[in-house]
Write a protein that binds this ligand. Structure first.
Ligand SMILES: *Cc1c(COP(=O)(O)O)cnc(C)c1O
Length: 375
């Protein structure tokens, strides 16, 4: 059996090596390392794929979130509502800009921010909501946009884990995750569902004025060359990363299908096991399985992880400490705030390997290993 990894980027690369190598060679020979034509081409192609008017590339997903908050003109002291059950970047940039992170609980099924909890957390200082589409499943964007409209709030979607995921509204309109809010943000970190070979990120919006503002913020606050209207940042996607992403974007739906097939095999293998809750998929959504995360009931997670390790099965905890309990937020939020669903899930989740190259032998071995531990 091929050794199992959380994400197998080597095997994925081996299948696209000729195209990737040729594309990289071309960039090397053109020497157009910054803002080469492929950066713009990729942005247009991703915009078409997502059905969004503007895609503005940047250096990584964390920058995308920061640039979004700067472009919306959020100011120190403004409150931003976000889930605590997320990768730290989401909340970190809020704090970095001297905004106030307001952590709320998640839906116990989807693991994404709870729209009812959002509404309860709104104060006169609230300016924005940052839902996170965790593990590849979108938050309930229709309900969130309703709350946002009612209270006149901005919505920035953290779509780093759910690119390509579909969400169908009550009116029957299917849209991609990340295209409901005022701005969508994503990451092209290598292990993400659309990953490059280094760092990369992007923002999406349908709003022309906002797109212009985002471009300006990402480029030293520059309106025309050497005329700087505002304090901005320097955040770009390298041409080398853009050529890799152009190739992988063509394969994204195939990659999603491979992840979904692996998830379906896991679901079947774990059906009927009382200690396991398999990932939920809302009927109006297509889960893209950035992670395949189990919830354990009445089983020792650390022992399972150690047992799997012995069987050469890696497994990870995303995330062992929720954001609202991280020391970095001391003084900004109550580190002892009790978020019942988040606090409980933090102790129960375990993510199994899932990627585009999983084969039946590997899946069988992982399922049997988990089962033999629980028996
Ligand atoms: C990966 C990730 C980010 C940050 O992306 P980087 O490109 O690593 O900066 C932000 N939010 C979430 C939910 C992520 O998974």
């Amino acid at each position: 059996m091929v050794p199992i990894q959380m994400v197998d980027l080597k095997r994925q690369y081996s299948k696209i090596k000729p195209q990737v190598d040729a594309a990289i060679q071309e960039v090397l020979e053109s020497a157009a390392f910054i803002n080469g034509a492929p950066v713009q081409q990729f942005s247009q192609e991703l915009g078409q794929y997502l059905g969004t008017k503007h895609v503005i590339p940047c250096a990584n997903g964390t920058d995308a979130l920061q640039i979004a908050m700067m472009a919306l003109g959020l100011e120190p002291g403004d409150e931003v509502i976000t889930p605590s059950f997320t990768f730290i970047a989401t909340a970190e940039v809020i704090a970095l800009l001297r905004l106030k992170p307001v952590f709320v609980d998640i839906d116990p099924k989807t693991y994404c921010i709870d729209p009812v909890a959002i509404e309860k957390a709104i104060t006169p200082k609230t300016k924005a909501i940052v839902p996170v589409h965790l593990y590849g499943h979108s938050a309930d964007m229709e309900a969130i946009m309703e709350v946002a409209r009612k209270h006149n709030l901005y919505v920035i979607e953290d779509n780093a884990q759910a690119i390509g995921s579909d969400y169908t509204t009550k009116a029957g309109v299917t849209k991609k995750a990340g295209t409901f809010g005022h701005i969508g943000c994503t990451s092209f970190f290598p292990s993400k569902n659309l990953g490059c070979y280094g760092d990369g990120g992007a923002l999406f919006t349908d709003d022309d004025a906002l797109a212009a503002k985002i471009r300006m913020v990402a480029n030293h606050g520059q309106s025309q060359r050497y005329y700087h209207d505002e304090v901005g940042v320097n955040s770009r996607l390298d041409t080398l990363q853009a050529v890799v992403l152009r190739i992988k974007l063509q394969l994204l739906d195939q990659y999603i299908a491979a992840r979904r097939a692996a998830a379906a095999t896991y679901d079947q293998g774990f059906a009927g096991i009382p200690q396991i809750i398999t990932p939920y998929q809302a009927p109006n959504q297509v889960h893209v399985f950035h992670q395949y995360t189990l919830q354990l009931e009445g089983a020792d997670r650390n022992k399972l992880q150690a047992y799997l390790q012995e069987k050469q099965v890696p497994a990870m905890i995303y995330y062992p400490v929720p954001a609202h309990r991280q020391k970095m937020f001391a003084g900004m939020t109550d580190l002892n705030q009790h978020l019942p669903v988040t606090d409980s899930l933090t102790g129960k989740v375990i993510s199994l390997p899932i990627h585009t190259e999983m084969d039946p032998d590997q899946l069988h071995h992982i399922i049997e290993s988990v089962k033999s531990f629980l028996n």
